[in-house]
Design a protein around this ligand. Structure first.
Ligand SMILES: *Cc1c(COP(=O)(O)O)cnc(C)c1O
Ligand SMILES: [Zn+2]
Length: 411
């Protein structure tokens, strides 16, 4: 099982006993889980016959007792070889990590599942989250499975499908009349005052561990080859940072030959791109966006908690940063749907649209092995593309009328 050593400050390296603590007393830096890598005995073969969920990597996840795992069998999602989209973009080896087919239809089942399992391990009596939409249903579903009450704090104007989904799992949905940053601040105040595990606040050190599996799976599915370029949609920056750490761990454990040639690129929407802005302007600080305005609601975090760390990762991994506008995002959603049969929400459109920009600018070579993360499902945000779709034709149930409408090429 995960041999968690301690919680360690990302800035000053001060160590603490594992607990609900998430901020360093000395410098207010974020805390991360550390492992005793020397004691982790794994090889490529270790994983070969494991269950087809992200729990296959349990040595690298922060749960001490397997009995505490709350699993909806998320993860080990398809790594889809995108030949048709690759051809239209001009790439020979394009892969899509299709996390839109997780149990609650986004990658958030990875961090939420780990955090709710940790809440159970710590004996907490309630959980919750601050959410831009997808974390709400991921946390609510795992809380339902764990039989724990769940409190969601989210901006009131997120897609109704995401609200309905969380409510269906039985969560208490607190719709905040404000931005994500307002909802997040309230959630943090509640977590300080009440004995509740807020998965992305006081359980954050454990929460982020779940997203490392997005790196492990891709590498394992490529037969333990590290791709040349990973395109990651970014909100708080937690997932991008976790993917990079996952790559480092694979190298640390000698499961891959090296990660020096892997590039990691961040994708945000123009209406809320504080990390991309900082990267393009070569700044070291993030200037928060006060009022995000984009169809990519799941990425609309104006003041990203892991923003500076994501920025450092982009520099460490020689990446780029792009911020397509809403029209490019919509076009990319339909491009992906029509060339690959994968229907994503705007976050996935942001990743594909950014990839398209990189290829068009010649920043990606046609021979590179590229992995683009598709992190959420299109059914959750149909409003985003409704205006681009043809209206279905309404007909009388009469064979002759309908037959006249069908003309099939070559027949
Ligand atoms: C939350 C989310 C992201 C970004 O995650 P961060 O870890 O906050 O950067 C990307 N895609 C989708 C669909 C999401 O819901
Ligand atoms: Zn510190």
């Amino acid at each position: 099982m995960g041999s968690v050593d301690a919680l360690r400050c990302r800035e000053c390296k001060q160590e603490y006993e594992p607990s609900l603590k998430y901020i360093c007393d000395e410098c207010l830096g974020p805390l991360d889980v550390t492992y005793d890598y020397g004691s982790i005995k794994v090889s490529r073969d270790t994983f070969a016959n494991r269950e087809k969920s992200y729990w296959r990597y349990l040595e690298l996840l922060p749960i001490a007792d397997k009995a505490n795992i709350v699993s909806l069998e998320a993860g080990f999602t398809p790594l889809h070889k995108a030949d048709r989209l690759g051809e239209v973009l001009g790439l020979k080896h394009l892969y899509l990590k299709n996390d839109s087919v997780n149990p609650t239809f986004s990658f958030k089942d990875r961090p939420a599942g780990v955090a709710v399992s940790k809440a159970r391990e710590m004996g907490l009596k309630a959980v919750g989250c601050a959410s831009t939409g997808n974390l709400a249903s991921a946390t609510a579903a795992h809380a339902a499975k764990a039989d724990l009450p769940c409190y969601i704090f989210a901006p009131k104007d997120i897609e109704y499908a995401k609200i309905a989904q969380a409510l269906a799992y039985g969560a208490e949905f607190i719709a905040v009349d404000g931005t994500y940053d307002d909802a997040n601040r309230i959630a943090a105040q509640i977590s300080d005052a009440k004995p509740i595990g807020i998965v992305n606040v006081n359980l954050r050190p454990y929460y982020v561990e779940g997203s490392k599996t997005l790196a492990y799976e891709v590498v394992e599915q490529l037969n333990w080859k590290v791709p040349d370029h990973l395109i990651v949609p970014v909100a708080s920056g937690a997932m991008l940072n976790a993917i990079c750490r996952g790559l480092e761990e694979l190298a640390e454990l000698n499961l891959v030959d090296g990660i020096d040639n892997a590039r990691v690129t961040a994708a945000q929407a123009k209406g809320c791109s504080p990390i991309v802005e900082a990267f393009k302007k070569k700044r070291d600080e993030i200037v928060p966006v006060e009022y995000p305005n984009t169809i990519a609601k799941s990425l609309a975090i104006g003041d990203p908690g892991d923003g500076i760390y994501a920025l450092r990762r982009l520099r460490q991994f020689n990446g780029y940063a792009e911020d397509p506008d809403d029209d490019e995002i919509r076009d990319a959603i339909l491009l992906l749907a029509r060339y690959e049969g994968i229907f994503t929400e705007p976050a996935g459109g942001v990743a594909v649209a950014s990839l398209k920009r990189l290829v068009e600018d010649g920043r990606i070579d046609k021979d590179e092995h590229v992995v683009c993360y598709i992190t959420g499902n299109g059914l959750k945000s149909i409003d985003a593309i409704e205006g681009l779709l043809k209206k279905p034709r309404i007909v009388k149930p009469n064979y002759m009328d309908v037959a006249k409408m069908i003309s099939i090429a070559g027949m």
